[in-house]
Ligand binder design. Structure first.
Ligand code: SF4
Ligand code: FES
Length: 251
């Protein structure tokens, strides 16, 4: 395939960025999107130019670091991670726009790399349990109803990629926070901190530069792990309960 790529180039957070055009002439439909960017970067290095900075690690849909806006859609035309997107999803002659996540909560570091440490701070605010773990207990030592175990597992598949934030017109991080609150709040081990967790994680989310949730649903539509809007309902249920009980200081 021959492709025209329009890529966001921004040398540093202090410098204004702009789109730059590149042309590739021999792209295989079997390449992943990141492999296609690797080819472009090899070409740029051979030409003595600065390669495009983009984030990636596992390249198998687990780590959540490879987020890109592709033609204005978080992770591109398939509901998967950018590393699991293949060039067969595009056509010969296409022009593809490639941009970083656009959100006040995810400032650009360089080119396509954004700082997602706001998510780490939300996790630090409450995304943990204090139950002593010790050695691994027998699987049946703490009974969990299957329906709860399944819902907790589904929520736990969130990889923290940030596509939900990038897709949301409000730049809200609610789906991410809700996935973490749901994952721990449905399990017996997560009960001691349940009220404090939801209050503190939402407070931290609000302290970051994310917008509020107005139930638009773009987040879930692009989430590569299919985290559902039901998690947001669970978060709101827990948050209202904790605030009504006035159980938790918010700082
Ligand atoms: S909820 Fe989905 S889109 Fe948001 S960070 Fe988790 S995996 Fe990514
Ligand atoms: S590189 Fe890890 S999820 Fe894409």
């Amino acid at each position: 395939m021959k492709l025209t790529l329009r890529v966001w180039r921004q040398p540093s957070p202090q410098v204004k960025g702009k789109m730059a055009n590149y042309h590739l002439t021999d792209v295989s439909e079997d390449m992943s999107f990141l492999e296609m960017l690797d080819v472009l970067n090899e070409q740029l290095i051979l030409d003595g130019e600065d390669p495009i900075a983009f984030d990636h690690d596992c390249r198998e849909g687990i780590c959540g670091s490879c987020g890109l806006m592709i033609n204005g859609i978080a992770h591109g035309p398939e509901q998967t991670t950018t590393c699991q997107l293949h060039m067969r999803s595009f056509s010969d002659g296409d022009t593809i726009d490639i941009e970083p996540w656009r959100s006040g909560g995810f400032p650009v570091v360089k080119d396509l790399v954004v700082d997602r440490s706001a998510f780490d701070r939300i996790i630090s605010a409450g995304g943990f349990i204090s139950a002593p773990t010790g050695t691994a207990p027998d699987a049946h030592a703490t009974p969990v109803p299957k329906v709860d175990a399944d819902a907790a597992f589904d929520a736990a598949t969130c990889i923290g990629c940030g596509a939900c934030v990038a897709a949301c017109p409000n730049g809200s991080a609610m789906l991410f926070t809700a996935a973490k609150v749901t994952h721990l709040g449905l399990l017996p081990q997560g009960q001691p901190e349940r009220d404090a967790r939801v209050v503190r994680m939402v407070a931290q989310q609000d302290a970051e530069d994310f917008g509020g949730c107005t139930n638009i649903g773009e987040c879930s539509a692009v989430c590569p792990k299919g985290i559902s809007m039901e998690t947001i309902s669970r978060l709101n249920h827990d948050l209202l309960g904790a605030l009504r009980a006035n159980a938790v200081p918010t700082s």
